[in-house]
Design a protein around this ligand. Structure first.
Ligand SMILES: [Zn+2]
Length: 494
């Protein structure tokens, strides 16, 4: 049985999906008869470059083109459907030498056998050697009237400028999940195969914009399942992770339920998923939630999933989500080289749980949600929090802040607090004095991080950041000098 990709390869421009900006221009050229000598088709693999090149090659030769596409019925179309001497496909990956380019140069002069044009489709053209490019360039500079070159490449930046300047360039884009979903549904319908829409969407998103990949995966899934293709079967065929299990882990973290975290990880591990895959899926899930919060239009999910995601969104602030993404996306290397990746992942999840606890805005959102659901959150319903500690000295508290930053915050912030010493406790306030060199303290993100560190160690002081400009320092110096007399030297040390 022919693969789905071959079987459903478009024969006309209207059957090509996701590349209207390209096909429209090509159709216009065919209907006006203004055909160029050199075209460059660029874009990722499997998005339709070679397919469009083949349709275009047939269409410009067709005796009776229909809406710019080959009719498929006339004698030329029939002749060009079989192997022929007029449409020549060359794979530059395996024919990249100067001799190959010279051969093209000699043979291009022979006129076409069937139609009006002789077309060379050169795939992966960036693989040609330097001298082969030069030989090709000579042909492109003075092509015979019947010659059309279509160069296709995934890596356009590797082409010399001399070649680029001779070609009419068309950029093929990645095909959207919606377009690919519609295509696979259509293919499955035509094959008489039943499916769950969820399964098809999952295949479409796994293909990452490539129609060819999507159809190969769809093909694989089709042979994988006998009856109706379900979401679980598609997951199984692709070795993916069940979203509901990832959701369970995420919810455990967001509600800082360490026990549930261990259970969820165990559940995923039992189903044979690697720790790196779990970390990756968790990152993607947090990213999807962030997308749902900020740019919902870009999120590709079923209504059902979105409804479930909205529940998770209610208990997670933007800051918590970005921290989750940073934490779990940076685990990759550690997981790869660790002797016990499972412990690495578990520890990371527990750390994330703690972050969720100190995430005040998320807590407020959770309380609000519980109250909306009819749960009365009374002040005395929660176990009394231990009294905040106000016995710590300033250097001791600052030491704790530094160690907290070292474990939880960016290197930049660690250096910032690590280098700073000018702190003091006065009237129950923890005062951080900073001059122009430490202005980074004066932003909300740093202040939030400081508050998290205080909350983490239950330090009871309120944080105050005092700005002192260099000018103030100088004024103070002048005042002191005036007080003690001009001859005295004063050194102010930081
Ligand atoms: Zn025709």
């Amino acid at each position: 049985m022919a693969s789905l990709y071959r079987k459903f390869r478009p024969e006309t421009f209207s059957a090509v999906i996701g590349q209207e900006h390209v096909t429209k221009t090509l159709i216009n050229q065919i209907s006006t008869g203004r055909i160029g000598h050199a075209y460059l088709f660029t874009g990722s693999r499997g998005v339709g470059k070679t397919t469009c090149a083949r349709i275009f090659a047939k269409a410009i030769n067709c005796l009776d083109p229909q809406d710019g596409s080959p009719c498929g019925k006339c004698e030329v179309c029939k002749a060009l459907s079989a192997p022929n001497m007029d449409i020549l496909e060359i794979d530059a990956a395996s024919n990249n030498g100067v001799d190959d380019a010279r051969e093209i140069r000699e043979k291009v002069n022979y006129p076409p056998v069937n139609g009006k044009y002789k077309i060379y489709i050169i795939d992966e053209v960036h693989m040609l050697t330097g001298s082969a490019f030069n030989a090709l360039l000579k042909t492109l500079e003075e092509p015979p009237a019947h010659a059309v070159f279509i160069l296709a490449t995934t890596e356009v930046h590797k082409l010399p400028a001399t070649i680029l300047s001779r070609c009419m360039r068309f950029d093929f884009r990645l095909v959207s999940v919606d377009e690919i979903t519609a295509l696979i549904c259509d293919v499955y319908d035509k094959e008489g195969k039943k499916y769950d829409l969820d399964a098809i969407r999952y295949i479409a998103s796994a293909a990452e914009g490539s129609v060819r990949d999507a159809l190969s995966i769809a093909d694989m899934c089709m042979s994988f399942s006998q009856g109706k293709l379900t979401y679980e079967q598609a997951l199984g065929a692709l070795g993916g992770v069940d979203k509901s299990k990832i959701r369970a882990l995420f919810t455990a973290i967001a509600t800082s339920d360490c026990g549930k975290c261990f259970e969820a990880i165990n559940d995923l591990a039992v189903s044979g998923k690697s720790m790196s895959l779990i970390a990756k899926e968790l990152t993607f899930y947090a990213r999807d939630l962030l997308l749902l919060k900020t740019a919902p239009k870009l999120l590709v999910e079923t209504e059902e999933h979105i409804a479930m995601m909205k529940e998770d969104l209610a208990s997670s602030s933007t800051e918590f989500l970005t921290t989750m993404i940073t934490l779990f996306s940076s685990l990759d290397a550690e997981l790869r080289y660790s002797v016990s990746p499972r412990i690495v992942l578990e520890t990371a999840c527990i750390r994330a749980c703690k972050l969720a606890v100190t995430d005040i805005s998320a807590l407020e959102e959770r309380v609000a949600r519980l109250e909306r659901n009819g749960v009365k959150v009374a002040d005395n319903a929660e176990p009394a929090a231990p009294p905040a500690d106000v016995s710590m000295s300033a250097p001791m508290a600052w030491g704790k802040v530094i160690s907290y930053f070292r474990n939880n915050e960016s290197t930049r912030l660690c250096t910032l607090v690590g280098n700073h010493r000018d702190v003091e406790i006065k009237n129950g306030e923890f005062i951080i004095r900073c001059d122009d060199d430490y202005l980074d303290f004066c932003n909300d993100a740093t202040l939030d991080a400081l508050n998290r560190a205080f909350a983490y160690y239950n330090i009871g002081y309120k944080i105050r950041i005092d700005k002192i400009s260099k000018q103030d320092n100088d004024k103070e110096l002048e005042r002191l000098k005036a007080m003690v007399g001009k001859d005295v030297k004063i050194n102010i040390t930081k």
